[in-house]
Design a protein around this ligand. Structure first.
Ligand SMILES: Nc1ncnc2c1ncn2[C@@H]1O[C@H](COP(=O)(O)OP(=O)(O)OP(=O)(O)O)[C@@H](O)[C@H]1O
Ligand SMILES: [Mg+2]
Length: 451
C-alpha cells in the first residue's frame, strides 16, 4: 500500500475513532439531559394528579383510579402507608417502599412524591417507561451509524486528494533521481531543491550527495587516466629499448648498457606502482610509535649520500625530536622531499634540518635549485601535478601528493616557499604527540587529492 493510500485509510480510521469518542460523550450527555427532562415532566404532573384526586377522591373497594390527561407512557400509584389507595391499570411492579425522589426501578423512571389526599399526606409514585429517554438515544445512534462512516469516507477521500497534492513533488523528485541513475548525469538539477520543506531538504541532500559522488567519480576517472598515461610511457620506452637490443648484433658491453637502461625503466615503473599502491591502499591502518625524527631523517640522508655521492647534502638536528608517527611513512615522506631536491633542485646545496619547536618537531628540506613559479606553490601537492618543464623528467607528480597525505595523517601539512636567491623550501611541523594517531587511518586518494 503506498503512502497516499495509507494516509487516506489512516485519516478515515482516525475520523471514525474521533467520531466514536465524541459520540460516546454526546451520548452520555444526551442521556443525562433526557433523564432530567423526564424528571421535570413527571414533577409537573404532580399538581395535576392532586387536582384529579381532589375531584374524585378514591374510595375503599373502588376499581383502579382513572386519571385523565396523563401522558400515555406515565402510570400512577397512590399509597397511604403500605395501602394502595389508587393506581392506573398498567402500573409496573415498583416496590411500595421506594424513598422519595427520582430513580430507575422496574424498567421505568419513577418519581416518588408526596401528595395531598383528602387533607392527608399520601405517596404518589409516577412511573414513566424509559421510552422518552431511549427513543431519542436510539435515533441518535441510528444517525451516528450513517454519519460516522460517511464522515470517515469523506475524510479519506479528502486525505487521498490532499496527500496526492503533497506527494507530487516527491514523485517528481523520484522521477528525476531515477533519470539520474539511468543517464548517469550526477550534476543534473533535482526538482524541489529550493523548497523550504522536507521535500526541499531531501532534494538538497540528494543534490549534494550526487554532487559529491560526481566529484569522486571525476577524480577517480582522472586518477585512472593519469595513472594509465604515466605507466604507458615507461612501458613504451622499455619496449623500444628491448626491441632495439634484439634488433641487431650487440657486444656484451652494449647489451650490459641496454639491460642497465631497461632496469632503470623497470625501477621507474616500480616506483610508480609503489606510489599508486600507497594511494590505492590508503585506508591501511598506520602504525604509530614514538620515534626520533632526526634519526629517521639522518638514515635517509646517509642512504642518499651513499647512493649519490655527488649530491651536496647537509644534515642538521637540534633538541628533542621525538614524535609519535609511522616510521615507514615518515621515511617515505623524507625520501620524496630529498628525491625532489636531487631531481628538481639539481641536488645543489641541499639541507635537511630537524629541530625541536615547542610541542612540535619541525622538518625542513631545502635546496638552492630553481624553485617553482610562485603561482604553482599551491598546486604542488595535487596528484599528478608537475611543472611543464619537469613533465619530461622521470617522476609522476605523485611524490608530494603522497608526502602531503602522510603529513596529513600525522596531523600536519606541507608548506612550500621559494628561497632567496633561489631554491625551494618544504617544511612540515609534526605535533610531538597526537593521542588519536594510532587509531587513525590514511585517507583515500579521493578524499585527499584535488585535480
Ligand atoms: N625541489 C624542487 N624544486 C623545483 N621544483 C620542484 C621541487 N620539488 C617538486 N618540484 C615540482 O613539483 C612537481 C611535483 O613534485 P612531485 O614530487 O609530486 O612529483 P615528481 O617529483 O615530478 O614525481 P614523483 O615524485 O612522483 O616521482 C615536480 O614535478 C616539480 O615540477
Ligand atoms: Mg617527487
Amino acid at each position: 500500500m503506498n503512502i497516499r493510500t495509507r494516509l487516506a485509510v489512516g485519516a478515515g480510521l482516525q475520523t471514525i475513532l474521533v467520531v466514536l469518542v465524541v459520540a460516546a460523550l454526546q451520548f452520555l450527555a444526551l442521556r443525562s439531559f433526557l433523564a432530567v427532562a423526564e424528571y421535570e415532566r413527571l414533577e409537573m404532573l404532580v399538581p395535576q394528579l392532586e387536582q384529579e384526586l381532589a375531584a374524585q377522591p378514591p374510595q375503599a373497594g373502588q376499581p383502579p383510579l382513572e386519571i385523565q390527561g396523563l401522558p400515555r407512557n406515565v402510570d400512577v400509584r397512590v399509597l397511604q402507608g403500605e395501602r394502595i389507595v389508587a393506581q392506573t391499570p398498567n402500573f409496573p411492579p415498583v416496590p411500595k417502599s421506594l424513598p422519595r425522589g427520582y430513580r430507575p426501578s422496574a424498567g421505568h423512571d419513577v418519581l416518588v412524591a408526596t401528595v395531598n389526599l383528602n387533607g392527608q399526606a399520601a405517596t404518589a409514585q409516577l412511573a414513566s417507561d424509559v421510552l422518552g429517554v431511549v427513543n431519542p438515544l436510539r435515533a441518535y445512534l441510528r444517525a451516528l451509524m450513517i454519519t460516522a462512516p460517511a464522515a470517515a469516507l469523506l475524510v479519506s477521500l479528502l486525505s487521498f486528494w490532499w496527500a496526492g497534492r503533497l506527494l507530487k513533488p516527491l514523485s517528481r523528485l523520484e522521477a528525476a533521481a531515477e533519470q539520474v541513475g539511468r543517464e548517469g548525469n550526477l550534476r543534473a538539477r533535482l526538482p524541489g531543491a529550493g523548497r523550504r520543506d522536507e521535500v526541499g531538504r531531501l532534494a538538497g541532500v540528494l543534490q549534494t550527495s550526487f554532487g559529491q559522488l560526481a566529484e569522486v567519480r571525476e577524480r577517480e576517472t582522472d586518477f585512472t587516466r593519469a595513472a594509465a598515461h604515466d605507466l604507458r610511457s615507461p612501458l613504451t620506452a622499455l619496449k623500444t629499448r628491448l626491441q632495439g637490443a634484439l634488433g641487431g648484433p650487440r657486444s656484451a658491453a652494449e647489451l650490459q648498457d641496454e639491460i642497465q637502461e631497461a632496469l632503470a625503466d623497470v625501477e621507474r615503473m616500480q616506483r610508480l606502482t609503489e606510489h599508486l599502491l600507497l594511494l590505492a591502499r590508503g585506508t591501511q591502518h598506520i602504525h604509530a610509535v614514538p620515534l626520533d625524527l632526526a634519526q629517521v631523517a639522518g638514515e635517509v640522508v646517509d642512504r642518499t649520500r651513499e647512493q649519490l655521492p655527488d649530491v651536496r647534502l647537509e644534515f642538521e638536528s637540534q633538541g628533542n625530536t621525538t614524535v609519535w608517527g609511522d616510521t615507514a611513512l615518515l621515511t617515505h615522506l623524507i625520501e620524496n622531499l630529498i628525491d625532489n631536491g636531487v631531481r628538481h633542485g639539481q641536488g645543489t646545496d641541499m639541507e635537511v634540518c630537524v629541530t625541536e619547536q615547542g610541542d612540535q618537531v619541525s622538518l625542513v628540506v631545502q635546496d638552492s635549485g630553481p624553485g617553482v613559479p610562485p603561482e604553482t606553490l599551491g598546486r604542488l601537492t595535487e596528484a599528478f601535478y608537475q611543472l611543464d618543464t619537469a613533465r619530461s623528467g622521470e617522476g609522476h607528480g605523485l611524490g608530494l601528493a603522497i608526502a602531503h597525505q602522510i603529513a596529513g595523517v600525522h596531523g600536519s601539512q606541507l608548506h612550500f616557499r621559494n628561497r632567496q636567491p633561489s631554491g625551494l623550501q618544504v617544511a612540515v611541523a609534526l605535533p610531538r604527540s597526537s593521542p588519536h594517531l594510532p587509531g587513525r587511518t590514511l585517507d583515500t586518494p579521493s578524499d585527499s587529492f584535488e585535480h
